[in-house]
Design a binder for this molecule. Structure first.
Ligand code: URP
Ligand code: ZN
Ligand code: ZN
Length: 465
């Protein structure tokens, strides 16, 4: 055996999963980074801490670019904060979070970014970065803040075509944000649903004495998502902006992305685990309000189509984590338009996708690509999403033989939309930046050591990107 000096940690005996394939290797960690991948047992650990990964899969820590932690939405506030959400994320093998900085009343987008960074640093167990957001209207100061946010290390900006009076921008304002983002080499993330179509569908349900949570899929119809997606893809083409559709639920939207790309638009998109493993039948079951999210869960044929778009038009799977509890959800259950939208899921995202892989629905290398590597590239995080030497030592050890039923979790809520679901594989040990957070299922970290991630800007969008 040979051995470089001063290793801090060795993850011993596992099967390392890279985007390009799997290999039997030990992961050497020094100074918070991967120092090498070497043949099993070929390097002495010396005084380094050893994590036993015999028989286990070893993945890079998950990168979740779509979370809502400790946010206010209308009169509601999510139950979690940066400490609890990042701890729960860790239990699910996610070690990098990209969270939104929604401006509060009277606050500019750049002020919101600075405030959110201040709130997260010192509280987060995982690394974290932020997206700026322009909500309500896009005045000149807000538009100028797209560049300010990029200079602060946040080269992405969120806009909504939905949620009138709260977040929604008119399409003219969306175009203005896209032009500012193109200049700043920043990515425009869009929640695409045409609000007037949602409002019309909801009003018709109400006129017939309906519109409770059981009608949620009818209240936000597929046409609203498709219409908005087409519009924003065209605006991105006009602006020459990078555009990213969040929480896509429809294969028809994926097809629009393919068309936009063929025309030279730098168009990307994600979906979420709930759109892949659940469908609209949950709205006919118990507590339908617990599944209220925008867009809603869709018909089984749409779910099947979405799976076919994975890895092509849909290059990421992210949680859209929103930590409401069952009491908050139940309070307005008889009117789905008043139920706080979104599902808790930062902890279950990666385990659900690993489980799908172990059941043969996609490759483990695809899980690494969709849940870590591709988003790390798109969102300007060159040290994340892989276990190749030089990368951040964010390491997740998974027992592929374990089986469990989703039940007790660590998120600051009392339910999961996936409760009772059987999953294959179990996250056993989690290392973030070389620090062991979880060992054999038990929390062992003492100090939150998550860092604020300053991200790289995108290249200029061209017809070739
Ligand atoms: O229903 C959802 N998705 N809630 C979270 C906010 C958003 O629209 O992403
Ligand atoms: Zn959204
Ligand atoms: Zn969201």
């Amino acid at each position: 055996m040979t051995g470089p000096a001063r290793l801090d940690l060795v993850v011993r005996g596992g099967t390392v999963v890279l985007e390009s394939g799997t290999l039997a290797a030990d992961v050497l960690v020094r100074g918070g980074r991967v120092a090498g991948l070497v043949g099993r047992g070929t390097v002495e650990a010396g005084r380094a801490r050893v994590v036993d990964a015999e028989g286990a899969l070893v993945l890079p820590g998950g990168v979740d670019v779509h979370t809502h932690i400790g946010i206010t939405f209308g009169e509601h506030r999510t139950r979690d904060d940066f400490a609890s959400a990042s701890r729960a994320a860790s239990f699910g093998g996610t070690t990098t979070l990209l969270e939104f900085a929604f401006p509060e009343a009277g606050e500019s987008p750049a002020e919101a970014v600075r405030r959110r960074i201040g709130e997260a640093v010192g509280a987060c167990w995982t690394d974290i970065g932020f997206h700026a957001a322009v909500v309500g209207e896009a005045g000149p100061d807000s538009l100028a803040d797209v560049e300010v946010a990029a200079r602060l290390g946040c080269p992405s900006v969120k806009v909504f075509t939905a949620y009138r009076g709260l977040m929604m921008l008119e399409l003219g304002d969306v175009l203005a944000v896209m032009c500012a983002a193109a200049r700043a080499r920043s990515l425009v993330m869009v929640h695409a649903e045409t609000e007037s179509l949602v409002e019309r569908a909801t009003a018709e349900l109400h006129a017939h004495g309906r519109g409770g949570s059981g009608d949620h899929a009818r209240a936000r119809p597929p046409g609203a998502e498709l219409d908005a997606a087409r519009s924003v893809l065209e605006l991105a083409r006009q602006a020459g902006a990078w555009v990213y559709l969040v929480h896509v639920t429809l294969p028809e939207v994926a097809a629009e992305i393919a068309t936009a790309r063929a025309r030279g638009t730098a168009a990307h998109a994600e979906t979420c685990p709930h759109y892949l493993v659940l469908d609209e039948s949950v709205y006919d079951g118990r507590c339908p309000e617990r599944f209220v999210c925008s867009p809603p869960l869709r018909a089984p044929h749409a779910v099947r189509g979405l799976w076919r778009s994975l890895g092509a038009e849909l290059t990421g799977i992210h949680s859209d984590h929103c930590c409401w509890d069952s009491t908050q959800k139940a309070a307005s259950a008889d009117d789905s338009s008043r139920v706080p939208p979104g599902l808790p899921g930062v902890e279950t995202r990666l385990p659900l996708m690993i489980s799908q892989a172990l059941a043969g629905r996609l490759a483990l290398t695809d899980v690494v690509r969709l849940c870590a590597a591709a988003p790390a590239r798109l969102f300007g995080l060159p040290a994340k999403g892989s276990l190749l030497p030089g990368m951040d030592a964010d390491v997740v050890v998974v027992d592929p033989a374990a089986r469990a039923t989703i039940g007790e979790l660590h998120m600051a809520t009392d339910y999961s939309p996936f409760e009772g679901m059987e999953v294959r594989g179990r996250v056993d040990t989690v290392v973030a930046g070389g620090r062991v957070l979880i060992e054999r299922g038990a929390w062992v970290a003492e100090e939150p050591g998550g860092r604020f991630l300053r991200r790289h800007r995108l290249p200029r969008a061209t017809a070739a990107t």
